[in-house]
Design a protein around this ligand. Structure first.
Ligand SMILES: NC(=O)c1ccc[n+]([C@@H]2O[C@H](COP(=O)([O-])OP(=O)(O)OC[C@H]3O[C@@H](n4cnc5c(N)ncnc54)[C@H](O)[C@@H]3O)[C@@H](O)[C@H]2O)c1
Length: 394
């Protein structure tokens, strides 16, 4: 056995945890790490996974505090509901573990400050599961932007239409919630399913100076299913994102980067294109192995005492942007009932859709210079005005 082999524990093995389980088992069998333990109070729901882990002598705990109390674990992977992230991560860092925490790290900038204080005090790595950061397509776009090939970057736009039905909202008890047990969740397209796009935009744009947005619901939920978010960054870049689950047609996510002499785009199928003004468009396709890539990056960062591709610190602009959007619109509002209808009602495929939303997404994807009227944003909010605990206050 490699003397420096990392010893890994996993907290939360359902849902996204299944993907991490497979990656860690693969690394374990390849001699890249030793898989020591899991903690999940409802792991019995996954008998096949447990049977395989028993065979590999992986310990199982209901309570994550028993896992992090072990001194033969170097790092933990936390893939639990959003409202548990901050507590479990702070406890794990304080117990001396490196942490890979699923995205989003937390729901509020106030929780971010607590997480970052624990990270600094521990001296450990806290990577966040925004796996796009390790994807070759995203790294390529970052290089194109940095190279000046499309001039100085002026705009970043993203559009995503991901219809989500009852079965999606029924899959977890925290889906569509703003809080659970008093802890913020802030679930929705900009803060969960398509949070990768907001984060990817803000990593390139830099910290926002001011933000405006509109968070709306078609579905009768506590949180929102449609977001328009606009930010102006300290580097002068204008960011616009239009993300919805209340549509009928799938689109994207696709991100556009406009510079002073060209533009580029990439999408979640790992395709990209670059056009210099007056020149040909060159298309590119990249391999898709994001979970292997991001976990390899996490392991490398620990072993080489380096920075992970997805550090906690890089998530503050994302959190400021989504918390600012919530403040801008004075919370979340419902679409007019006359615009909302249920498609395939009374089935698990029931989807709440907003009349005209598909057309507005299509129009925005073609020409993002016009603000979509169905999600017209509220007032601009300066970054200093962003409430560190917006979710708890409402
Ligand atoms: N990176 C991605 O592309 C991606 C994709 C999907 C989900 N996610 C993120 O992964 C996280 C989990 O989402 P999900 O959809 O898998 O949620 P989920 O609710 O389906 O699964 C969470 C798992 O955590 C377990 N759990 C609950 N309480 C626990 C506790 N106290 N201790 C240990 N385990 C506990 C549950 O039993 C379950 O197995 C979220 O942050 C979500 O945003 C990321």
């Amino acid at each position: 056995m490699n003397a420096r082999m990392l010893r890994i524990g996993m907290i939360g093995i359902g849902g996204m945890g299944h993907a991490h389980l497979e990656t860690i088992r693969t690394f374990h069998h390849a001699g890249r790490c030793r898989f020591v333990a899991i903690a999940d109070p409802t792991a019995v729901r996954f008998p096949d996974a447990l049977a395989a882990l028993d065979w590999e002598s992986v310990a199982h705990y209901d309570d994550y505090r028993n896992l992090i109390a072990r001194n033969d674990i170097d790092a933990v992977i936390i893939s639990t509901p959003i409202h548990l992230h901050a507590r479990q991560t702070i406890d794990s860092l304080t117990a001396g573990k490196h942490v890979y925490l699923e995205k989003p790290p937390c729901a509020t900038t106030g929780e971010y400050e607590q997480l970052d204080a624990a990270r600094r005090a521990s001296g450990k790595i806290c990577a966040i599961g925004f796996q796009m950061q390790a994807a070759p397509v995203y790294r390529f776009i970052k290089e194109i932007v940095a190279s000046g090939k499309i001039g100085d970057l002026t705009h970043i736009w993203a559009a995503a239409s991901w219809p989500r039905d009852d079965s999606y909202y029924a899959r977890t008890s925290w889906s569509g919630r703003m809080t659970v047990g008093g802890a913020p969740v802030f679930d929705g397209p900009a803060t969960n399913a398509c949070a990768h796009a907001v984060h990817a935009a803000m990593v390139i744009a830099g910290a926002p100076v001011r933000v405006r947005g509109s968070l709306k619901r078609a579905r009768p939920i506590e949180s929102y299913d449609t977001a328009f978010v606009e930010a102006e960054s300290e580097t002068g870049i204008n960011v616009r994102l239009f993300l919805t689950h209340a549509s009928t047609k799938e689109y994207g996510p696709r991100m556009y980067f406009r510079g002073t002499c060209g533009h580029a785009w990439f999408d979640w199928n790992m395709n990209a294109a670059v056009t210099q003004d007056g020149g040909e468009t060159v298309q590119y396709a990249f391999p898709y192995q994001p979970m292997m890539a991001i976990m390899t990056d996490f392991f490398d960062a620990i072993e080489q005492s380096g920075e992970p591709a997805t550090s906690l610190c890089d998530t503050l602009p994302y959190l400021q942007t989504v918390n600012g959007a919530l403040k801008s619109g004075d919370g979340i509002t419902s679409f007019a009932a006359s615009l909302v209808s249920a498609v395939t009602p009374n089935t698990p495929q029931q989807t709440y859709v907003v009349a005209g939303l598909d057309d507005e997404v299509a129009a925005f994807a073609t020409d993002p210079s016009a603000v979509p009227s169905l999600v017209y944003p509220g007032k601009w909010v300066g970054v200093g005005e962003i409430d560190p605990a917006p979710v708890q206050l409402r």
